[in-house]
Each structure stands twice: as structure tokens, then as C-alpha cells.
Design a protein around this ligand. Structure first.
Ligand code: GLN
Length: 316
């Protein structure tokens, strides 16, 4: 077992969970009404080890949209299938240093990385692009379910409809990319590209199921529950590297400095953390701090690193 005294470890995680429950900082995202209506008191934590030991606390089964955490998995999927070299002909590996939805490309005219909006829209346009939208949606949903070891994966249609309604920024970004010839495949209709991207953002998970997905990444692409290979190990290495430098919006550098673990956060208040070869961790609490990361989630990470030597360079 990678964590021999599991119940002792769980007790420690539970203490951090309880400590963070008392925090009431932050504001729930409000760019669409469905997010604004999220209960600020929701607080769930789940862990899953690379050998399949799982535990969870609080609102661990309440569904939430994974929003931009989906970017991590669409990239992993695209890179596993098309090869990282092909994907990175069209998208970089650099933190953008700007807001996640800034209308801005790198000096080669490519999106900075695959886990900000521009890069994620581009990468999702590559997935099974020759198929029609319904088949592509089914394909991704089924693939995500495998990554989650057949645990809960859902879809929130009202979030999808709202995202579509509030599409101006992402549409502007997409036109800007089209103008700069960023897309590898012929794009006849940008609304179709965005519809697919919004569908991926509107996929639901809960803390438990997303922790399994995180553990699949921690395990080099093999789901620890079903032992099925979901992503190539190279794609996993690459996505974790990107999460490490670009996963936490404008806090990515500080997170990497203080916590030293690959992570991705999103507008629904989820933070997914991967400890390679050890553990997936999911923290979900909707109120966001100034950098748009879950306020309770960030506190949890600080406490985790105070208590355990999980920082990438703690071994020095
Ligand atoms: N669907 C959102 C968007 O495209 C994603 C928000 C997020 O989680 N960063 O703006």
C-alpha cells in the first residue's frame, strides 16, 4: 500500500477539512446565474490513492460542474490520441501571465497553453473532429467516465445553456484565433466549436468521482479502480507539468512555490490536486478568492503542506 496507515492519514485529512469548514472568505462566481446560486456553505473533500484507497468528507457526493478542470482532461485525451507533438504545433506550454480569458496569443500566434480558455477551445476542437457533435459529446463523456472508474459523471444543461448565452468573450477569443489561423482543422462554424467546449465545461462530477480522475493522473493514466489505461503516460507527464505552471490562474506561480503540486481550479470552486505516484485530492467549495481559486481550497492546501512533506521539493 502506498499509504500504509490509511485510517491515520484520513484522520489528519479530516482535521484539515474541519479546520477549513470554519472559513467564510471569498465570493461565489457570478458570471452566470447557475454559478451565482451555488450554496457558499458547500464544502467537500475527497482523496483517492493510486492503489485505490478512497475516502471523502462533507458534500462529497453533491454534483458540480467541472468547468475549466475539463481542460485538463480534454488535453490529456487529445495528447494521448493525437500525440503531444501534434497538439503543441498549435498551442504552447507557457503561463500567459494574463487573465484566463484574455484576448491574447503568444509570439508565435498560438494560445499560451492548453488549460486557459483559448488553448482549451482550440484543443477541444481537435478531439474526434471528423465526427458530428453528438458523437463527439458521447465520446468524451464515455472517456471521462472511464477516467472516473465508472463513478458519477453527469451533465448540467442549464449551465450549458447559460454559458452559451454568455458567449461574447469566448466567441471573441475564437474569432481572434480563427483570424490568426490557430485552428488545425477547417472551421465552418465557430458556434459549433464553442458549443462543444461549453458542453465539456458543463460536465458534472462530485468530489468522490473527480478524486478518482485525479488519481488516474497520479497513476500515469491508469485508473486505480478499474486498472484500465485511460491516457498515455507521456500525456500525463505533460498535463501535470502544465498544471504545475498554469493550473491556478494568476496564483499559479505562488501555488507552485508554496504548495509545489500540480493542480487545476475552476469557476465552480473546485481544486483538483495530483500527487504523482501517490494520491488524487479534490476540494470543492464555491466561494472564490481574488485570484478566482476556492478560498477554503487554498487554505486546505496550505495546511496540507504544513502537515505533510508533499511539496515537489520537500525531498531535498
Ligand atoms: N466556462 C467558463 C469559461 O469559458 C470556464 C470558467 C472557468 O472555470 N475558468 O469562461
Amino acid at each position: 500500500l502506498v499509504i500504509p496507515d490509511w485510517s491515520k492519514f484520513c484522520k489528519e485529512i479530516e482535521n484539515i477539512y474541519k479546520h477549513c469548514k470554519t472559513i467564510s472568505d471569498g465570493k461565489v462566481a457570478s458570471y452566470i446565474p447557475q454559478l451565482a446560486r451555488l450554496d457558499p456553505n458547500s464544502w467537500g473533500v475527497a482523496i483517492c490513492s493510486v492503489d485505490g484507497q478512497c475516502a471523502s468528507w462533507g458534500d462529497d457526493q453533491k454534483p458540480f460542474c467541472i468547468q475549466s478542470v475539463a481542460n485538463v482532461f480534454s488535453y490529456s485525451l487529445a495528447a494521448s490520441e493525437l500525440g503531444g507533438e501534434y497538439v503543441h504545433k498549435y498551442v504552447g506550454q507557457e503561463p500567459s501571465g494574463r487573465l484566463h480569458d484574455a484576448i491574447f496569443l503568444d509570439s508565435h500566434g498560438k494560445p499560451h497553453n492548453p488549460i486557459i480558455n483559448s488553448g482549451a477551445i482550440l484543443v477541444s476542437s481537435m478531439i474526434q473532429h471528423q465526427k458530428d457533435l453528438a458523437d463527439r459529446y458521447d465520446y468524451v463523456l464515455n472517456r471521462f467516465k472511464k477516467v472516473a472508474g465508472n463513478d458519477f459523471i453527469g451533465f448540467n444543461n442549464s449551465v450549458y445553456l447559460s454559458e452559451r448565452e454568455k458567449a461574447d468573450r469566448n466567441l471573441a477569443l475564437s474569432y481572434f484565433m480563427k483570424e490568426n489561423k490557430c485552428f488545425p482543422n477547417k472551421i465552418s462554424d465557430l458556434t459549433e466549436v464553442l458549443d462543444f467546449y461549453y458542453q465539456l465545461c458543463s460536465i458534472e462530477a462530485n468530489c468522490e468521482s473527480l478524486a478518482v480522475m485525479a488519481a488516474t493522473l497520479a497513476n500515469g493514466g491508469v485508473c486505480p479502480i478499474t486498472e484500465e489505461r485511460c491516457f498515455g503516460s507521456r500525456a500525463c507527464r505533460d498535463v501535470l507539468t502544465l498544471m504545475n505552471s498554469c493550473g491556478m490562474y494568476d496564483y499559479s506561480g505562488q501555488f507552485s512555490f508554496h504548495v509545489g503540486l500540480p493542480a487545476k481550479s475552476s469557476a465552480s470552486g473546485v481544486i483538483m490536486i495530483v500527487i504523482p505516484n501517490l494520491l488524487g485530492i479534490v476540494l470543492w467549495s464555491p466561494p472564490l478568492d481574488e485570484q478566482r481559486n476556492s478560498a477554503r481550497g487554498i487554505k486546505f492546501c496550505q495546511k496540507l503542506i504544513e502537515r505533510f512533506n508533499f511539496h515537489n521539493y520537500d525531498s531535498l
